[in-house]
Ligand binder design. Sequence first.
Ligand code: C5P
Length: 398
Amino acid sequence: MLADKKILLAVCGSIAAYKAAFFVRLLKKEAAEVKVIMTENAKDFITPLTLATLSKNPVYSGYFEKNSGEWHNHVELGLWADLMIVAPLSANTLGKMANGICDNLLLAVYQSAKCSVLVAPAMDLDMYKHPGIQSNLEKLTSYGNEIIEAKDGELASGLFGQGRMAEPEELLEIVKKRVTTGSRLKGKKVLITSGPTYEAIDPVRFIGNYSSGKMGSAIAKIFKQFGASVTVISGPAHHFASEVENIHVASAREMLNETKKRYNNADIVIFSAAVSDYRPSKPSDQKIKKEDGVNSLTIELIKNPDIAAEMGTKKENQIHIGFALETQNEESNAKQKLKNKNFDLIVLNSLNDQGAGFQGTTNKVTFFDKNNKEVKFELKNKTDVAKDIVSYVIENFL
Ligand code: C5P
């Protein structure tokens, strides 16, 4: 399956480095061409000879061979690879990758690489949780790199928790998926609506909702990682994908206008915004003042345009994906919306499921597609939900 694919494996100093030997064997069994780079610290855990023998290629570590003086061209190595995977990724190398430091060959190759870069961190559970580590991982995500999350289990320290590097079999599956299907999104234009909308009551007040923009920005990041060109039209959210084009709007009507302008160019449109269904019919020009003796105030609301439904009637050779956030009759409501709004896929999340919905970092979703296919997922973080959505699009619609 990986015949003629060029995989560059970068190994850092971590006890999980022993898994690199198994991983190289699995890659070679799939007929991949494998080259290995090691940091000096990695050599304390596994020998270059082991990885050179298994990969059938010399292992690279420094900028040049001490004996012959032969120079290892980092730019060439970076350009040679169809995919680079750093496994295991240590906290030290992560910190350097995240901050543009370049004091060894691995880092120089990383900074020169034009291909997809995947990283599989391995560290102790408290290190993994540390805000410095997490913010560095977020930085790598923002550079378009894919993080293969560390797993829960027994760690070298004897402690139990999240920090184990993913097993070689899992790494292989991810690499295969990336190399064989990832290119299908190259050059595709993805348009995403995200976040809440704010509907003015007066110049200082609005009707809005709790949407944070986490789901929409996670989807944007993953599409970008897969080589798509991404534009997000976002309401006043807290989360944005800095690596993509962001168009900022406030109200549903502004969101509709901006969507209309870009819609014809898009191959894939994701409607993940939580759009207000109604807006005040006559927003006041001036701040509404509290009046003595006036104990109630009625604001008349009128219906907002339904962006997904309007675009659904214009759809041509495009993939439309919508969301349904429900509190009751979840499945039938979602299926109705799939039909009414002409979606190819609808992602249902129910507020009855703990950890699902607005603001949190996790979501629990079920997919319903236009071909009556249904896939239920476990509770997972929003980045992983975004990966499921992107994989589904690649495997079913492209
Ligand atoms: O009907 P409901 O609001 O539950 O539909 C949800 C789906 O429709 C989401 O994909 C949402 O982004 C989209 N939508 C929209 N414009 C609206 C309301 C919802 O695009 N006015």
